[in-house]
Design a protein around this ligand. Sequence first.
Ligand code: PLP
Length: 443
Amino acid sequence: MSISRRKILAGTGIAASSLTLGSTQNAAAQNSAPQPFAPHDWKSVRAQFLLSPHLAHLSNFFFASNPTPVREAITKYRKAFDENPYSFLDDNMFRRDEDMLWRKVCAAAAEYVGGQPDEIALTSSTTMGLALIYNGLRLKSGQEVLTTTHEFYPHHESIRLAVEKWGGSMRKIPLYESSLNFSADDAIARICAAVRPNTRVVGVTWVHSGTGVRLPIAKLAAAIRKLNRNRSEADRILLVVDGVHGFGVVDEDVAKMGCDFFSAGTHKWILGPHGTGIVWAKAENWALIQPTIPSLMVKETTDAWRQDRPPVGPTQAAWVSPGGFFAYEHQWATVEAFRFHRQIGRKRVQDRIIELNSQIKEGLARMKHVTLHTPLDPDLSAGFVCFDVHGYKPQDVVQIFRDNRVIASSTPYAVPHVRLSAGIVNFPKDVDMALKVVRSLAR
Ligand SMILES: Cc1ncc(COP(=O)(O)O)c(C=O)c1O
């Protein structure tokens, strides 16, 4: 379908002046003395971001706009590096173990996940974390990774590359035919029924970015624990989770969900600096990993190299955190992103995301020319709303949104859908704006 931008704009009757969306606060904040941050006031939360006030930003999950404290921390570290790069890096990375700033990032991440600092590896993205996990797990030849058809490219590809290397195999199963009518119990039953004696890893995604479905990881982990009762330690099924779209959204302690490995970028919903992420796992699971990239955070591996001997001891999280030099001004500033979430409160963040995305879902569900793909139930979904508009390609709907100053996305999967995603930077007015555009596309 060819799109006439003018026609759509005329059809919606949307005047440019009405498109400044609940963000006058933001513009004011940029032009006057900054107000102290009031974490319980959503307008004050929004004022911490430099997001253009003329747009409804409904794709912020993709790549975070950083709030003021994160930007200021990046600037502070960058200035110090520019002034004296050798000493600043040596003082904060190498000189005294207890002064290493990466330890503060691990401590902040551990507090957020409800785990321990030495359970955290620091990565640059969800993708890097998944690759380090699968590449590092020493599968026996003939063992398989069981995964689902709903994974995003970096998960499937990390598995494919690893099993080729280890001489294993991968198998994908669907967890649902209709995402709108997703049943958590059915999905878990499907996974358990698909496990075979040679299944060593089950790899899933917490929140599916192609449909918006949220898997109950804790329930799945409990079901897998049952299956493991009859298995030896060497054959125990390991649960690996791509958690990026639940991390910073769902009010759950990741370290208590019962999965074995959890990878998430911190540059999406956590609102941290670009090129940052974590993997969480317990010590006994880190011990199963063969590191892929030499780490700079571990004395033992560098001592072993100097002494021309293999490192001694089980692999730990820090051994898997990749060297060489990183964009440390970004890695270290991640502390501020976790603090920002803590100030607002993890439950309040979750509730706000549920409230706004429910408003989108309920609005779309009332439109006859729309097919909704994301479950209405907030327990089965998170920060995504995926849908189709009858007679329009998803990419064309995204362009119409953009022409009307709404930033939406289309899902980059084999079968694409239109995707809206509201976060803590949004207001109900942004959602009204998006719904008005979709309403105008009825024929
Ligand atoms: C489910 C899922 N996993 C992983 C990624 C990639 O995340 P990263 O950029 O942190 O590697 C995405 C991207 O949005 C995603 O949707």
